[in-house]
Design a protein around this ligand. Structure first.
Ligand SMILES: O=C(O)CCC(=O)C(=O)O
Ligand SMILES: [Fe+2]
Length: 292
């Protein structure tokens, strides 16, 4: 869905947007200083990531061994209770840290509001999600899809390959068209362009929400296509807030989503579920490498 009238101050968005653009404009060597991803710190700067888990959904087979045509910068929560280390931020551009932190905080508030609506939609008390999200593992990732002037993507290579997000819900701000969604069904996906609403946010559900609701709600299969041939020189920027619940929360089918008292899924600790998703995506990459 696309939401407007969300209450996020325009300046919070435009400040973060500008700082993100300036960050991606830095020399590669500057950005590489932030590529400090490890098992303990699954964030930072990355280029050419392959979202392999999603590719499994396209007939269970990778369409291409080529990486997504994008670069990303990600932080996690700035809250020791989440169990994650504090965010490592770029020191340039000068205001990046303040703007990024303010945007993260605004997204936390918006996610809380959305979850209150979700609770009502699932026949739960309005504050049902509150105790399950008060030391959440949400991540904020900005994305830059460089212009494609003078380059020819490999067959099947996209700005972002088809995938579903892992967590509960995603709040996405983007600077232009290119995002497509499809029903997450077996067989050939039927892609639909998501309308670009400049003041709005796109909301996608993730795999954790799907499992939690016992498949009553689906996770959104999506991708970002390459610019049209006559618009190759257009760069695209977006900022995605991946809301995730408390890492130590046990994801056990929401009572109102049981099917005649039955659940399709075993209870799982949220952090284990996210790790399983992460490892599955890494496994996809390894298998692709073995196919070469
Ligand atoms: O840039 C976009 O519009 C989508 C990004 C996305 O799907 C992701 O980072 O998971
Ligand atoms: Fe996504």
């Amino acid at each position: 869905m696309v939401i407007t009238s969300h209450g996020v101050p325009e300046a919070v968005v435009s400040d973060a947007w500008k700082s993100v653009g300036e960050f991606f404009d830095l020399e590669e060597s500057e950005k590489e200083k932030l590529s400090n991803m490890s098992a303990d710190y699954p964030y930072g700067y990355e280029k050419g990531e392959v979202l392999a888990a999603g590719k499994d959904k396209e007939k269970g087979k990778a369409l291409s061994t080529a990486p997504d045509i994008k670069e990303t910068f990600t932080i996690g929560p700035n809250n020791p209770a989440s169990g994650m280390p504090a965010p490592i931020m770029p020191s340039t551009p000068a205001n990046f840290e303040a703007h990024y932190a303010a945007y993260y905080a605004a997204m936390e508030d918006l996610a809380d509001t959305l979850l209150e609506s979700f609770a009502l939609g699932l026949d739960l008390p309005e504050d049902w999600f509150k105790s399950k999200t008060d030391h959440h593992l949400s991540a904020l990732r900005s994305l830059n899809y460089p212009d494609q002037a003078g380059m020819t993507p490999e067959p099947g290579q996209l700005r972002a390959g088809a995938h579903t997000d892992y967590g509960s819900l995603t709040i996405l701000k983007s600077g232009g068209p290119g995002l497509q969604v499809a029903k997450d069904v077996d067989g050939e996906p039927s892609w639909v362009n998501v309308p670009h609403v400049p003041s709005g946010f796109v909301i996608n559900l993730g795999d954790l929400m799907r499992r939690w609701t016992n498949d009553r709600w689906s996770s959104t299969l999506h991708r970002v296509v390459n610019p049209p041939q006559d618009g190759r020189n257009h760069r695209r920027q977006s900022i995605a807030f991946f809301h995730n619940i408390n890492g130590d929360e046990v994801v056990k089918t929401i009572p109102s989503c049981l099917d005649n008292g039955e659940s399709k899924y075993e209870p799982i600790v949220a952090k284990d579920f996210l790790m399983m998703k992460h490892l599955a995506s890494v496994k996809g990459v390894i298998e692709e490498k073995e196919e070469l």
